[in-house]
Ligand binder design. Structure first.
Ligand code: NAD
Length: 496
């Protein structure tokens, strides 16, 4: 059994309340976890504050050298990371291997090697000839990170790497349901040469560890990923401290299929959009919006592929359908699904789970619900599970209107053979990402985040890196600066 202790000041701390981590795959005991309390969280914050003095003076090159060493370690241990991620979250081992770990490696590589981020740039001041300016991008200080349970490894990479790259120190709180790979990453960063205290990983209840981070005056920026309702609570709790807040929140993303799309490719894309990690992704394409005259063709093809999907143990490379990470989440999916049926939705197709699915695991059959109107709760609220709703539309403008009729604005997909038509539609959609003829392709170089109640701020890319900096302006005066001379004369009269 795996045992996880909090990582504070470079040491693994195995003290505190013990809890058991259940495997979503078969309900067995996957690991033992020591929960942090308020005091341990404060210790982690203090350690990060002390470490900041030296780390903030390290060079960008030194920091990228450590991230490069980490890259080598994660590449060597890719199988261990994939197993930990699947065993803890119930996602298929195929997904962990070919998406989560592969992308994590590529994203670590980006932060370890990017030349996009520069620590300063020179400017001219048009009003003051002869003077020079330097704009510096300085770290914020101690950065807090709060992560949800659904994408633990990538979340840890996205919250830790840009903050360290820019010279901040970090206290990360992974979800206490899925902390395994974040702790593994902390150990590997230590082996890569990261000084003690620069990264601390503490986990426990959000109302204990998370609140301590958001209320701490010592934390200068908080990067929160989770549901919109928790995000609002965190904003309120952190509000009095005037820290910078980055919010990556919920979504109810439309996947829009126009009548000229390639049916086969689009059906695969729609299934990938919703059933990757059994629909437990913030940007899951959970609302299929399909043009009326395309609907039957597309749904037939979707059914064709769903009939062939393999359910079974997620640790088996052949399995297509993963588990639901917690029993609570499984029950929430079922409750919303039942509500949808009460509201008038119809089951178009449901993939019955095979007998090879482990008996005591947490699973929900992948399901397509048709005759869903956008006003129904299942079209407005995150189901966060393998349930796709289908709504049809008549024109492209109609599609945009339905897509935007949501409090969320995280991501969207548009499928069409006509790039111009797809781009025009994408321009009308209020969301932070629009994939055209693709889905779930997250690039380290591209900022991701939400419009409306899906978030504030961006993660990844240069925009995401800059979020962890604050600017300082250095002004170098000059004798050539006639306006400066006049300005000083306003207060100090010439004595000649
Ligand atoms: P959640 O909001 O319940 O919890 C998120 C994190 O916040 C957890 O670590 C939790 O312990 C912590 N938390 C809870 N109360 C807190 C408090 N008062 N103060 C500080 N922290 C607190 O979300 P979840 O169920 O873990 O994750 C699923 C949600 O995350 C979905 O809504 C999903 O859309 C969202 N999500 C968004 C993104 C994105 O990039 N936009 C990515 C992944 C998940």
């Amino acid at each position: 059994m795996e045992v996880f202790g909090n990582y504070i000041d470079g040491k693994i701390d195995k003290e505190g309340e013990e809890t058991t981590l259940l495997s979503p795959i078969d309900g067995s005991e996957f690991g033992k976890l020591y929960l942090a309390d308020e005091e341990k969280t404060r210790e982690a914050i203090d350690s990060a504050e002390t470490a900041f003095r030296k780390w903030s003076r390290s060079t960008l090159k030194q920091r990228q050298e450590i991230l490069s060493k980490l890259l080598g370690l994660v590449e060597e241990k890719a199988d261990r990371y994939a197993w930990l991620e699947s065993a803890n979250t119930g996602r298929t081992i195929r997904q962990s291997t070919f998406m989560d770990v592969t992308i994590a490696i590529e994203h670590i590589r980006y932060f370890a090697t990017t030349k996009e981020f520069v620590e300063s740039r020179e400017i001219e001041h048009p009003e003051y000839p002869g003077t020079k300016g330097i704009v510096q991008y300085r770290p914020m200080g101690v950065v807090g990170g709060v992560a949800p349970w659904n994408v633990p490894l990538l979340m840890a990479v996205w919250k830790i790497m840009p903050a360290l790259l820019t010279g901040n120190t970090v206290v990360l709180k992974p979800s206490h349901y899925t902390p395994a790979t974040a702790f593994e990453l902390a150990k590997d960063l230590s082996s890569a040469g990261l000084p003690p205290g620069v990264l601390n990983v503490v986990t426990g209840e959000g109302s204990v560890v998370g609140t301590t981070l958001s209320k701490s005056e010592k934390i200068r920026a908080l990067s929160f990923t989770g549901s919109t309702s928790t995000g609002k609570r965190v904003s309120r709790e952190a509000g009095g401290t005037l820290k910078k807040m980055l919010m990556e929140l919920g979504g109810k993303s439309p996947n829009i299929v126009l009548n000229d799309a390639d049916v086969d490719k689009t059906a695969k894309g729609v299934l990938f959009g919703i059933f990757l990690h059994a629909g437990q992704l913030c940007e899951s394409g959970s609302r299929l919006l399909v043009q009326e005259d395309m609907k039957d063709k597309l749904l037939n093809r979707i059914k064709f592929y769903m009939e062939r999907m393999k359910s079974g143990n997620p640790l088996n490379m052949e399995t297509d359908i993963g588990a639901i990470t917690t029993m609570e989440q499984r029950n929430k999916i079922e409750a919303l699904y039942n509500k949808g049926l009460d509201e008038g939705a119809k089951v178009y197709f449901s993939h019955a789970l095979s007998s090879s699915v482990p008996e005591k695991g947490f699973y929900f059959p992948p399901t397509v619900l048709s005759e869903v109107s956008n006003a129904m709760e299942i079209a407005q609220e995150e189901i966060f599970g393998p349930v796709l709703t289908v709504t049809d539309f008549s024109s492209d403008e109609d599609a945009a209107e339905i897509a935007n009729n949501s409090k969320y604005g995280l991501a969207a997909g548009v499928w069409s053979a006509n790039t111009k038509r797809a781009t025009n539609l994408a321009d009308l959609i209020d969301s932070g990402t629009v994939w055209i003829n693709d889905y779930h392709m997250i690039s380290a170089a591209a900022p991701r985040g939400g419009f409306k109640e899906s978030g504030i701020g961006r993660e990844l890319g240069l925009d995401g890196i800059m979020e962890y900096t604050q600017t300082r302006h250095l002004f170098f005066g000059s004798d050539e600066n006639a306006l400066g001379e006049i300005a000083r004369g306003i207060v100090v009269a010439d004595q000649d």
